[in-house]
Design a protein around this ligand. Sequence first.
Ligand SMILES: NC(=O)c1ccc[n+]([C@@H]2O[C@H](COP(=O)([O-])OP(=O)(O)OC[C@H]3O[C@@H](n4cnc5c(N)ncnc54)[C@H](OP(=O)(O)O)[C@@H]3O)[C@@H](O)[C@H]2O)c1
Length: 278
Amino acid sequence: MIRPTIPLAGVIGDPISHSLSPRLHGHWLRRYNLKGHYVPLHINHANLADALRLLPEMGFVGVNVTIPHKEYVLSLASHVTDRAALIGAANTLTFLGDGRIQADNTDGQGFLSNIRQSLPGWTAAAGPALVLGSGGAAKAIVSALISDGAPQVFVANRTRARAEGLKEQFGARVAPQDWTHLGALVGKAALIVNTTSLGMTGQPPLELDLSRLRPPTVVTDIVYAPLETDLLRQARAAGCETVNGLGMLLHQAVPGFERWFGYTPLVDEDLRKAVLGS
Ligand SMILES: NC(=O)c1ccc[n+]([C@@H]2O[C@H](COP(=O)([O-])OP(=O)(O)OC[C@H]3O[C@@H](n4cnc5c(N)ncnc54)[C@H](OP(=O)(O)O)[C@@H]3O)[C@@H](O)[C@H]2O)c1
């Protein structure tokens, strides 16, 4: 592929104005003094195939993909990485030249890197995990936990059939659970992860019996607005290590930036401040 003199990248979604990705990549481009631009691209389903054909011709080297296109883009890609195929969704597309598109999913890697940045040496092999939710993000996280050696992943979802679906997809280490009466599992899990939208500003609270929660359980939430959710606040009060969800968003962006702009960026406090606008 002939690299454009000023490489362009962006994030495609519908809607797109809420996305923090332009701020994130924009910060890295400025910080490392690199040539390039990263823009939000509001593209609907009907125009997606045409857009992915035209963007490389306009100087784009790749795009992130967000709701609602993460699944559909797999059918438009010429090469799908193993992890994206396993999850059934992609968040990072790289234009390889001659119209070829590589589709990857970096959400699971972002999730693990976020925990490891806070807790160096942490591994999913430490013990069973309890995952709340079975949506798109949960798929990437369950897949990452299993490949990182989690001995068992309890998955609880309001719609139990979707948790059963994760067992079919990722195998016998996934143990679907009823959404209610999770108190006993809270006491057994080495890691608890909220992947639902509950607890997010404007959404209903996450109601979970945390009375049996004790260290060394690690508690993380992928909701990042607010930065410290009620789940994290209660876990911190119980003496547990907590990890907020912003870092997952930041870390999942690293592989795309590396591929498109040729530089490995850092996830640090400066980036967090730039993304939060503080
Ligand atoms: N930090 C990050 O980088 C990152 C990355 C991706 C997503 N996220 C955040 O993670 C959350 C989930 O995203 P997603 O893409 O996985 O969404 P999704 O595919 O729509 O899944 C939503 C999940 O939340 C559950 N849920 C929603 N409302 C509920 C309620 N009232 N009671 C119980 N469960 C409820 C759903 O259960 P049902 O199956 O029963 O509907 C499902 O498990 C969002 O808040 C998103 O912003 C953060």
